[in-house]
Design a protein around this ligand. Structure first.
Ligand SMILES: [Zn+2]
Length: 284
């Protein structure tokens, strides 16, 4: 039998509609915003069509995914600054559904910086209290997204040190890298929150913050946290909700610091990523 041409598109539509109705749900889809990112950057992972939180694995670590308003799931997946460049597998699992995706990490080629500290400050070691409190705060993962709109630069001033620069203190071996950017600014300059969030830590030199100096940590939700260090004064309290641009304290050089500056760090799931990825941008 010959089917008139007019009916063919209609027939196709009916067939598609019955497939969708028969399955009862849309198919699960994984999307990744970049095939390649540099050390210290992050991938945006999005999953649609998953009724439950999917399991996300990267470099032998699992990451929480967070429910979005449109009922998709997302994660800002950090690439640690010392990750060896190369290809890595991203694994997503939900029920019987499993998907693998190859993603590439490229070198960011940050330099090695020699830092001279006077003998008094070089002897200062982080206290147990500041190490424990800062670590716990930076690993905060809460489901509600508090950040909205543009992320702001937290102080006016030039960038005096980039994120990711490897560091040697007083000519010693490279043991660490710079987990944030430094903004050089006069003592007392206003320090502001980069985005909306909840103040989850205020720590002072008097309380034992000998290396970080007076410090504020803000939880922006969904694994994203920011830190502000070496402040001369703190003007917020733990539990306070702050808006983007709200003053949280003043620039200083408390703790290990050679001159007044704001150290600004951004963390995803406790891993330091480059704050310049957020500044002036809307993160989704
Ligand atoms: Zn710094």
């Amino acid at each position: 039998m010959k089917i008139p041409n007019l009916f063919l598109p209609l027939l196709l539509l009916i067939m598609l509609a019955s497939v969708a109705a028969g399955s009862g749900k849309e198919p699960m889809l994984l999307s990744v915003d970049h095939e390649q990112r540099e050390q210290g950057q992050y991938f945006t992972i999005m999953v649609t069509g998953a009724p439950e939180e999917p399991a996300l694995w990267f470099m032998e670590r699992s990451y929480r995914m967070f429910r979005q308003a449109d009922s998709s799931w997302s994660a800002l997946l950090p690439v640690e600054n010392l990750t060896l460049p190369g290809s890595y597998i991203l694994l997503l699992r939900s029920g019987a559904f499993e998907q693998k995706r190859s993603i590439t990490v490229a070198a960011n080629n940050r330099s090695i910086q020699q830092i001279a500290l006077d003998s008094l400050k070089a002897e200062l070691k982080a206290t147990e209290i500041e190490k424990a409190r800062v670590k716990a705060a930076l690993h905060t993962e809460s489901p509600e997204q508090l950040f909205v709109g543009l992320f702001l630069r937290p102080a006016a001033g030039r960038t005096s040190s980039l994120f990711g620069v490897k560091r040697s203190y007083n000519g010693g071996p490279v043991e660490s890298y710079h987990k944030g950017i430094d903004i050089a600014a006069p003592q007392g300059t206003a320090a502001q929150s980069t985005a909306r969030g909840l103040v989850i830590l205020t720590g002072s030199v008097d309380e034992g913050f000998k290396v970080h100096g007076n410090t504020v940590v803000i939880n922006h939700g969904q694994g994203l946290v920011s830190i502000y260090m070496h402040l001369s004064a703190i003007s917020v309290y733990e539990g306070q909700l702050v808006e983007a641009g709200e003053v949280i304290g003043n620039v200083g050089h408390t703790g290990i610091s050679t001159a007044p500056h704001l150290h600004w760090g951004t963390y995803l799931y406790g891993t330091s990523v480059d704050p310049e990825l957020f500044e002036g941008k809307v993160v989704k």
